[in-house]
Design a protein around this ligand. Structure first.
Ligand SMILES: *Cc1c(COP(=O)(O)O)cnc(C)c1O
Length: 301
């Protein structure tokens, strides 16, 4: 994997407030390997390819709408490496063609193994099974959060990001916010917006970053993957107003919470806030298919 050739833009969201909000468009890194997933995979894959020179294989885990599955499949394709996705839910094994994430991943050359939810939950034994079956493969954990992933996140920070008082990102497994915390400046405040309702996250992030626990704000809107009509209205308003699409699982939830916090006076006057757009836009198509079936308003792509 190479460093991207473009400098990732930082755009101001015009607000007419005594607070300035900017967004760093990691979603523009690559059309399919977008956002933080690129950086989380960067050193993991480069390190593996240094060691494994013949028949490399990437194996990873995810749900049917996973940005991580989508990123690993597209990366495998661009690097000419085989990929295998272990997918949660045996019930989709005969209808995955209707799922946009999985059908794109398959077009990018990914093979699948569908496992039951019970099997999926037992990661250690699932990992063991695949380690034995494919001893030369790189098995990337779900969401890709490990020490090398955290190292990759340092590329999301540069000279430009040093001038911000607050750095904001959505939190799933915590690798991204751990990296931001690890590589930010001492005077910067890090805010993690939790899209999963998991009370053990704070401790795990602190272990990954080697830093004190950082404030985690709740942004799960009813649970991981749950989509509320209010959040859809916000995402569509934001897209019309500022021309920037947000995804309904991570960045849309983070951004709505940032706007709520601004209204509540959470940020001090004169502060400069940077929100990372971590991508996830590939998930909109699948989300809209579900919303269409439920007769609800769709998300602008
Ligand atoms: C995976 C993901 C995140 C969360 O990253 P973690 O390192 O797992 O916390 C945030 N935003 C998007 C768009 C993602 O796909």
């Amino acid at each position: 994997m190479k460093l991207p050739e473009i400098e990732i833009p930082i755009t101001e969201i015009p607000l007419n407030k005594n607070i300035r909000l900017f967004i760093k468009r990691e979603d523009l890194i690559h059309p399919e390997i977008s956002g933080n997933k690129y950086w989380k995979l960067f050193y993991n894959i480069n390190h593996y390819l240094d060691l494994q020179t013949s028949n490399p294989l990437l194996i990873t885990f995810g749900g049917a709408f996973s940005n991580h599955i989508s990123a690993v499949a597209a990366l495998g394709k661009s690097l000419g490496i085989k990929t295998l996705g272990i997918i949660r839910g045996e019930e989709i094994s005969n209808k995955w063609q209707q799922n946009p994430t999985l059908s794109h991943a398959q077009k990018n050359g990914m093979d699948f193994r569908f496992v039951t939810r019970t099997e999926y939950r037992d990661k250690p034994s699932l990992t063991k099974t695949f380690e034995i079956a494919f001893p030369n493969a790189l098995i990337i954990p779900e969401g890709g959060s490990n020490f090398l992933a955290v190292e990759g996140v340092k590329h999301m920070l540069d000279e430009r990001t040093k001038s911000f008082d607050y750095l904001c990102t959505a939190v799933g497994t915590g690798g991204t916010v751990a990296g931001i915390s690890k590589f930010s400046e001492k005077n910067q405040k890090i805010l993690g917006f939790k899209v999963v309702d998991d009370s053990s996250l704070g401790k795990r992030i602190s272990e990954l970053s080697g830093k004190d626990q950082i404030p985690l704000l709740d942004a799960h809107f009813g649970g991981y993957g749950k989509i509320t009509d209010e959040n859809i209205r916000f995402i569509n308003w934001f897209s019309n107003e500022f021309g920037i699409p947000l995804d309904p699982i991570y960045t849309g939830k983070m951004m709505q919470r940032i706007f709520e916090l601004m209204d509540e006076g959470f940020f001090s006057q004169g502060s400069k806030i940077l929100a990372f757009h971590t991508g996830g836009l590939q998930g909109i198509e699948g989300a809209n298919e579900m919303l269409r079936k439920q007769g609800r308003t769709l998300i602008i792509e």
